[in-house]
Design a protein around this ligand. Structure first.
Ligand code: HEM
Length: 442
């Protein structure tokens, strides 16, 4: 693997570590403002945490695609100058963004709260990535490509579109109307999630093919249907992000139905893979396999939550409570992070390490799964209590509303420590192997 790609993968894992640490600090800053407000207030920690989370997912997805693309093209050791430029520009912009946050220089919009000028280098570097990807036999031509290549290509392209759309607020016309700006913002954010889901689902499909040795998983009718559903989701499911702005009811209904279907199909694909996989192959890639199965579990339980909270009558109560946070973190940790860890396990060859290392990863895996479950449930309970007190008994005083919510959030913050320890140890082990192992793809 070329050095710059190794650096990119290690940087993605450092972003995961940063996400975890800032997340824990943000929780404490929220619960104990009297201590934290003096040096690291919540308003500063939140953008640190959320941007680190987004960059972990996007950087990790891009790293996986670049690595697998080079493997498929048998160009593992080829030095690609455009890819190198993309990586250096992308990573240095992220470093500048964190520097701005540390100097309390904000700007931008939700999830991207840095000075908007920094979107330019991000855009340029993504264009470089697209150039290097589409300028290969994988990105060109239409026929006979496994579905994971279609998904990667779609995800890369639509990230560009949604990133531009997300920045339309910089044109004054969009800002003249608050409603217009909010609608475009949240539409773009919803579609952007669809674009990185395409990159990640493509990656998990690729892993399933490699582990099972069965190419039909990525070529059959189910995979094609799943791809088309993913595409439909990317284009139309944003409706459930804008329930609170006035919109025609058919837009809400369509997006509600569409957004539930994609996940059901993802579960079906993983189940098909599980059924076909023989025990020997499973044990050869046990850690990778486990992370894929974890993603399936989290798709399932997040689907239940999303089904409920996307009903407009329920969304009226849940919106703006910790239930939305549970949805955002349940999916980005449970689904996105699990697929990325499956991918990095495979890339860094962790399935082939000593039994001791595998045992440690396995313990951390279970610690993080149980901690995430408690974390996720406590956010939902906190959200239900807040929704009840705000909407059903019409309390207006924030402190009064939050009184019974705070103890539940404290339980959540304890389980957050488990999550940080579990996922954090895994990240540190992977960084170590990223720095030291000579292993290439299996
Ligand atoms: C891989 C790990 C993680 C990812 C990907 C992640 C992702 C996210 C995302 C996307 C949001 C924005 C939610 C929204 O807009 O409503 C968020 C918010 C937040 N996260 Fe995390 N998170 C992670 C781990 C953690 C951990 C371990 C903790 C604490 C123990 C934590 C605490 C928080 C807090 C306090 C917020 C702000 C909630 C609010 O604004 O009310 N996160 N996280």
């Amino acid at each position: 693997m070329p050095k710059f790609l190794r650096l990119y993968i290690i940087s993605a894992l450092c972003l995961l570590l940063a996400t975890l640490i800032f997340g824990l600090l943000a929780t404490w800053a929220f619960l104990y403002p009297e201590i934290y407000n003096q040096f690291l207030p919540f308003y500063q920690l939140r953008p640190f945490h959320v941007s680190a989370a987004l960059f972990w997912i996007i950087t990790g997805s891009a790293a996986s695609i670049v690595y697998y693309k080079n493997t498929l093209l048998i160009a593992k050791n080829k030095d690609n100058i455009i890819e190198r430029l993309f990586i250096y520009l992308w990573l240095s912009t992220i470093a500048v963004i964190f520097l701005c946050y540390s100097m309390k220089k904000f700007g931008g919009r939700e999830y991207w709260e840095f000075p908007p000028m920094l979107c330019i280098p991000l855009l340029v570097s993504w264009l470089l990535l697209i150039l290097s990807y589409f300028n290969t036999p994988l990105g060109k031509g239409k026929h006979n490509k496994p579905m994971y290549i279609w998904m990667w290509s779609t995800g890369l392209f639509f990230f560009l579109i949604t990133f531009i759309e997300q920045n339309l607020w910089q044109i004054p016309w969009f800002r003249y109307s608050y409603l217009r700006e909010v609608t475009v913002q949240w539409k773009a954010n919803g579609s952007m999630v669809g674009s990185w889901n395409q990159m990640l689902y493509g990656t998990s499909l690729y892993l399933m093919v490699k582990i099972s040795g069965d190419e039909s998983i990525a070529n059959g009718k189910t995979a094609f249907f799943f791809y088309m559903l993913g595409l439909a989701n990317l284009m139309f499911n944003w409706g459930h992000h804008i329930y609170n702005v006035p919109a025609a009811s058919w837009i809400r209904d369509t997006s509600y139905i569409i957004s539930m279907t994609e996940w059901i199909f993802f579960i079906r694909i993983i189940q098909g893979f599980k059924n076909k996989l023989d025990e020997r192959k499973k044990f050869r890639h046990l850690i990778t396999y486990r992370f894929i199965i974890a993603a399936e579990f989290w798709v399932f339980i997040n689907l239940l939550l999303a089904l409920a909270m996307s009903v407009p009558a329920i969304n009226r109560y849940t919106h703006g409570t910790h239930i939305t946070v549970a949805h955002a973190m349940g999916t980005t940790i449970g689904i996105n992070t699990m697929i990325l860890l499956a991918s990095f396990t495979y890339i860094l060859g962790l399935d082939c390490q000593s039994n001791l290392i595998k045992k440690i990863i396995s313990i951390c895996y279970w610690v993080s799964q149980y901690s995430l479950l408690i974390f996720w449930l406590s956010l939902i309970v906190a959200g239900v209590i807040k929704a009840y007190r705000t909407t059903a008994i019409n309390l207006a005083n924030f402190q009064e509303i939050m009184e019974p919510v705070i103890p539940v959030l404290k339980i959540g913050s304890f389980s957050g420590i488990g999550l940080v320890l579990g996922l954090g140890t895994i990240a540190v082990i992977y960084i170590y192997y990223g720095l030291n192992s000579k292993a290439d793809v299996k």
